[in-house]
Ligand binder design. Structure first.
Ligand SMILES: C[S@@+](CC[C@H](N)C(=O)[O-])C[C@H]1O[C@@H](n2cnc3c(N)ncnc32)[C@H](O)[C@@H]1O
Length: 368
């Protein structure tokens, strides 16, 4: 997640409103790599058991009714098919661990892909979503057993030397990313019999601008030596991850899908006792990053917090009907947003395609 404009977008974050409600502590937002991991402790002591390869290989039950049509082979590039979205909505409500959502709608976002929108007004502090951990795809973020901790270490160390950012430095976080990718790939390999099939079917491929997806226009990488190095490091990091994932999935495109999903959608959660997990939280992971613009002083609209058995999304401020629900993924520079999330905040042509025009990529070095 890295990219930028000529002024640091998050240099002076808007004042945070609202005292938070007492029961839960707030979380920042967190998709993607280590830099997004801004989880807060909560009262939760519940950690899912460490997921191992064996544990993930459940016996394969018969496909559930209505799932035959789901295709996990080809992911929709920009937006899930309507049929898949309908199945996903039904899945969210299924079983004892149903997702509680009050007045939100998943629809196409002007920011790109899908986003969550308010269907009614929400007062500040209102609970908007509650996603039970049972509905989440998670791994323990601390103690999982991956033999090769050495693969990423040199890359991370070099990145730490070159950039004053923490996005690449935590090997433990990287290990958890790979563990969650494995989990995702194993679920996907189960096809329609996976408990998460409807969810997997709506997780998109990397966006047009994501480094995994795109050969950057030469002029873009040449524009800034720092950006170029950052891009290079992200590619190196991701290539190492892709290699580490090869034993679990031979198809490059699927590994790429899983890696992008985890980097850009997973949240790192820290419980009350310091226990950590990396989690893909369905529905919440459709919330887009709030990107400051020069035309509005509006802040992001939501934050999340951990309860004992679910993750809750609350209104950071009053939200109007029709507004897109947004999170602050982190106080990232444009360069970080671009390299890590494929988000280019300043893109006047709004095509979301890498046209390569300098006006579309006013990248700067400043972080925030
Ligand atoms: C957690 S997902 C959000 C949901 C996503 N839009 C979708 O359709 O699945 C994060 C990804 O959404 C896109 N995204 C999030 N915030 C964005 C923004 N402010 N502008 C453009 N794209 C954004 C980027 O592709 C990013 O990697």
């Amino acid at each position: 997640m890295t990219f930028m404009t000529s002024t640091p977008l998050m240099a002076s974050p808007p004042p945070r409103p609202a005292p938070r409600p007492p029961r839960l502590r707030s979380g920042g937002l967190l998709p993607s790599g280590r830099s997004g991991l801004r989880l807060r402790r909560s009262s939760s002591q519940v950690l899912l058991p460490l997921l191992t390869l064996q544990a993930c290989r459940r016996s394969v039950p018969a496909p559930r009714r209505g799932l035959e049509a789901l295709s996990l082979d080809t992911k929709p590039r920009a937006q899930a098919q309507e049929q898949q979205l309908a199945a996903f909505r039904a899945w969210l409500k299924e079983g004892n661990a149903a997702v509680q959502s009050r007045g939100v709608r998943l629809q196409r976002s002007p920011l790109g892909g899908l986003g969550l929108f308010a269907q009614k007004n929400f007062p500040q502090g209102a609970v908007i979503l509650e996603v039970p951990f049972e509905k989440c795809l998670e791994v323990d973020a601390h103690h999982f057993d991956l033999d090769d901790a050495t693969v990423l270490q040199p890359i991370l160390a070099r990145a730490a030397e070159e950039y004053d950012v923490d996005a690449f430095v935590e090997v433990e976080a990287q290990k958890a990313v790979l563990a969650l990718c494995q989990r995702l790939l194993l679920e996907r390999q189960q096809g329609a019999s996976s408990k998460f099939a409807e969810y997997l079917a709506v997780i998109p491929d990397p966006s047009e601008l994501h480094p995994l997806q795109l050969r950057w226009p030469k002029r873009l990488s040449e524009q800034s030596a720092l950006l170029s190095r950052m891009h290079h490091t992200v590619l190196e990091r991701d290539n190492a991850c892709m290699e580490a994932l090869q034993p679990f999935e031979q198809v490059w495109k699927r590994r790429c899908w899983a890696l992008n999903a985890v980097w850009t959608r997973a949240v790192h959660l820290v419980g009350a006792e310091g226990e950590e997990r990396l989690s893909l939280v369905p529905l919440m992971d459709f919330m887009n990053h709030w990107t400051p613009t020069r035309s509005t002083s509006e802040t992001w609209s939501c934050f999340y917090e951990i309860a004992s058995d679910h993750l809750a999304v609350r209104a950071e401020r009053a939200i109007s009907k029709g507004e897109e629900l947004t999170l602050l993924y982190g106080e990232f520079s444009d360069a970080q947003l671009l390299c890590n999330y494929g988000i280019c905040p300043e893109m006047p042509c709004r095509t979301r395609k890498a046209c390569g025009k300098m006006s579309c990529f006013r990248i700067t070095h400043s972080g925030s």
